[in-house]
Structures are given as C-alpha cells and as structure tokens.
Design a binder for this molecule. Structure first.
Ligand code: ADP
Length: 492
C-alpha cells in the first residue's frame, strides 16, 4: 500500500499518542486502585477491631442466636458497614443486612477466603464481586471469643464505592484527555505533514526546473531539518554544475581561439610560400638572382611552418599524455650538459656566454628525458633569441639534503642578463601564441608556443614553472622537478 508522507506522519503521531495514553492509564489505574483499597482496608480494620471487641463483651453463645443478631444490628450503623457474626464452624448466626427469617438460609461461610484466613492467622481480607449486591466488595474478618470458650468470627463488608467512583472519574478524565490529545495530535501532525509536504513540493519543483536545464534556480531552504539540508545540497549541486558549465564553455572558447590562432599562423607563411611559387612560375625562374631570393623565401616559410607544426604536435602529445608521461630517475647534470652543449654554438655565434653555474650538485630527478630536454632547449633558445650580444646565460639548481624527504623538489633555473620582460606581460607569458613582439618573434623563428610547451611539459612531470624579470636587468625562468637522490648520477 502506498501511503503519502502526510498519512504516514498522521498515523505515526496517532499511534504515539495512543501509546502514551495507554501507558499512563495502566499506571494510574494500578496505583490509584492499590492506594484507595489500602486506605479503605486500614479504616475497615479499625472498625473490625471494635466489632470483635464488642462481640466478645456481649458474651455470645450459639444457643442464643437472637442476641447475636441484636449485636450485629446495633454495630452495623455505628461502623457504617455490613456486620456478619459467624459461629466457630463458619455458620453465620447474625447478619445486619439480612432479615431474621433469612438467616437460616445463609450458607456456611467457612470457604470464604477472609474467614479461612482469619481463623488461621487472626486476620483475613478479601475483595470480590458480591453476587447479591452486584458490586465489588471488601471483606475483613477477625476471630472473637464466644462466651462458651469457642472462637467465632466477626466480619465487616463494605462496597468499594470510593474506589469505583475514583476509577470512573479517572476513566472520564482520561477519556477527555484522550479526545483532547488526539484532537491536538491530529491538528499538529497534519500541520507538520502539510509543512513537510509543502517544502518537499518546493524541492521537487526546484529539482524539476534544474533537470530541465534552468541552473539559475535555487531552493533557498531555511532551517536545520533534513529537507532544508537537502535543499541546500541541491543548491550547491546547481552551483557546482553552473561552475563546471562555465569552465567547459571557457575551455571551448579557448580551444576555438587556439584553432583560429593556429590556422592564422599557418596561413601567413603558406600564403607567402604560394605567392613566391607563383612568382617563380610567372617567369622569375628565368632570373637566377630572383630565383635564389624566392627559394630563400620558400625555404624560410617552409621552415616556419615546419617549426609550427612540430610545436603543435609537441603540445598535443603533451596534452594527450599529460597524466602518463613515462617518468623515471634521470641524471640532471648529464641531461643539462648535453642540452647546453647543443645550444652552445648558437650562443657563441651571437656572442653570448652560456654556462653552467659552478659546483652544481649532481642529482637524480623524476622526469621524462625527451620532455626535460625540450624544456631546457626551449628556455635556452629563448634566452639566446631574445638577448643581445654580451649577455650571460646561466643554468643552475640547488639540491639538498643528501637523502631528500619524499616530495622534495629541485628548482632548476635558466637566468639571462638580457633586456627583461615588462611586468604586465609576465602573467600571460606561458599562454599559447602569446608574444610580446609578434613581428620580432616571427622574424626570429618563434612560433609563440615555446613557453606553453615548457609549462605543459613541466606540469606533466609534476612540477611548476615560474618567471621573474626586471626590465634592463634580465629574466630568470625556473621550473621544479621531483628530486629522487642527491650526490650521485650513476645511471639507473
Ligand atoms: P616564441 O616562439 O615567440 O619565442 P615563447 O612562448 O617561447 O614564444 O615566448 C613568448 C614570448 O616571451 C616571446 O615572444 C618573447 O617575447 C618573450 N620571451 C621569452 N623568453 C624571453 C627571454 N629570455 N627574454 C626576453 N623575452 C623573452
């Protein structure tokens, strides 16, 4: 059976109220009954002592039943209870509530629990439904000495009217309380259910709107209950989704921009190349001097396109392999020496001093050889390209202690004393196709991708790049690598 939240709450609160009322009724009934009965018995017991005493003083003998009856009749109004006097064998000889001629018809009372108890223990009591009066009665009995030396029994009986009345009152009070309580419970539970159903409806509506794509909608739940928490979770889910979407569209527009830039970069040399070929075909080929000029142009543009395509391929290789470059321990000093040796002729040609800092500690770093070589090559190429003659270019790093803790890094730097880069360019320097002077970069064979490749390669090896520069003083590019070991470069 499918129950709505309202019905469930309603049934639950009804059951709770019924249960608590039931428990209080059971408890009250028992204690009230026990207390009242005890009080009545104590009271009745006092009067019984008086009756037994008086019966003894009356010197009763079984041969004079009339006297027994007179005594019972006289005592009954005094102690406001029914008085029965029994012979030692249990036959009632007097009963204040029975006419004289009815006495003979009374049964032997020996079997009544209060009589048996009184004869055995000197006092007996019993509470039971009276067959004649049809109501609950309390009986107390006590022995008394007859004039002939035998032991008779005096008994008092009283209806438990007070108890029954008190019980009836309790029933009434509880009934009223139950009706009132149930009424309040019905109101409260249906109000609570109504509120819950309303917040749920609000949440459901919000979730539906979100599912339809309206990520601007919010539940804006207030309070601390579960539904409010759910509402806030829904809101933060929508926040996260909106941010993710914004990031996706930012990435998409970056990609579009990149494709446009790359196409543009390719189109320019291609157009120059085509027009050089056209010119040659139109007749310039017959002129040896012009032919050389145009072949130079063709060579330069083709080289430029070649460099660009190479850089684009490197970038896409790094992006697609970003998380799975084959990293292994590499001897840093050895790799740096090789790259510096390859760059040295160009530095010498441009009259620059390219050196390794003195006393570099040999160490092994976690890296991919090809990527590390590319990072160093690009940084050295740039320094050589963009710095004038007389510039000092120094490669260095610091590494200690001998056994580095896990997670230790080595920071490699390529510093030049060149023209420096203005501060406003620094934040965007590692972006693809970002150049400070496009014409100059192109003229020097730059693609605008060198530093982007550096950043991607370093990050793919788990490191970070940074740049510091002062115009007129020089630039220092740094990147970090994970340090494996200091002091040895023995091949792995
Ligand atoms: P490019 O292919 O143009 O060299 P890069 O991404 O390698 O592209 O470099 C971006 C720009 O940063 C360069 O165009 C250049 O202006 C500047 N740059 C890079 N390295 C240096 C340096 N050592 N000194 C001065 N400027 C530099």
């Amino acid at each position: 059976m499918k129950l709505g939240i309202r019905t469930k709450l309603f049934v639950l609160s009804l059951s709770l109220i019924a249960l608590s009322l039931g428990i209080s009724y059971g408890y009250l009934r028992r204690t009230l009954d026990a207390n009242l009965t005890l009080r009545i018995e104590q009271d009745l017991q006092q009067r019984l002592r008086l009756v037994a005493y008086t019966a003894e003083r009356a010197q009763l003998v079984p041969s004079d039943p009339k006297r027994w009856q007179e005594t019972a009749r006289a005592l009954s109004p005094l102690c406001a209870a029914r008085v029965t006097l029994l012979r030692s064998d249990g036959m009632p000889l007097a009963d204040s509530d029975v006419e004289d001629d009815g006495l003979a018809g009374l049964p032997n009372h020996l079997g009544r629990p209060e009589i048996a108890e009184a004869q055995q223990h000197g006092y007996g009591r019993s509470t039971r439904q009276s067959a004649t009066l049809r109501r609950r009665m309390m009986y107390v009995a006590m022995p008394f000495r007859q004039a002939d030396g035998n032991v008779g029994v005096a008994r008092l009986a009283m209806p438990l009217l007070d108890v029954d009345q008190a019980m009836a009152q309790l029933h009434l009070v509880l009934l009223v309380a139950a009706v009132l309580g149930l009424g309040v419970a019905v109101l409260m539970s249906s109000a609570a259910a109504h509120l819950a159903a309303r917040s749920l409806q609000k949440l459901t509506d919000t979730a539906h709107r979100m599912a339809r794509g309206d990520l601007g909608t919010r539940a804006r739940s207030e309070g601390e209950d579960e539904l409010a928490v759910l509402g806030r979770d829904l809101d933060s889910l929508a926040d996260t989704l909106s941010r993710a979407l914004a990031e996706l569209s930012r990435l998409a527009s970056l990609r579009r921009e990149f494709v446009a830039n790359a196409s543009h970069e390719l189109r320019t040399p291609l157009a120059t190349l085509l027009s050089a070929v056209e010119t040659l075909r139109a007749g310039a080929a017959h002129d040896p001097a012009a032919t050389r000029t145009f072949l130079d142009i063709i060579y330069r543009q083709a080289s430029r396109m070649h460099a660009l395509v190479n850089d684009l391929l490197d970038l896409s290789r790094l992006e697609s392999k970003a998380s799975k470059l084959p990293l292994g321990p590499l001897p840093l000093l050895e790799v740096v020496r090789q790259v510096v040796a390859l760059s040295l002729p160009r530095a010498v040609e441009r009259q620059q001093r390219l050196t390794l800092a003195p006393q570099l500690p040999p160490c092994r770093v976690l890296a991919d050889r090809r990527s590390l070589e590319q990072v160093l090559t690009n940084l050295l190429d740039n320094a050589i390209k963009y710095c004038p003659a007389g510039t000092e270019i120094v490669v260095s790093w610091t590494a200690s202690p001998k056994s580095p803790p896990p997670g230790a890094e080595v920071t490699v730097s390529v510093a030049d004393t060149g023209p420096g880069i203005a501060a406003d360019h620094l934040p965007r320097l590692f972006e693809r196709f970002y150049r400070i002077d496009t014409g100059r970069s192109r003229a020097l064979g730059g693609t605008g991708l060198g530093l982007a490749i550096v950043r991607h390669a370093v990050e793919a090896m788990g490191g970070q790049v940074a740049v510091r520069s002062t115009v007129g003083q020089g630039t220092t590019f740094t990147f970090t690598l994970r340090l494996v070991e200091v002091g040895t470069e023995a091949a792995a």
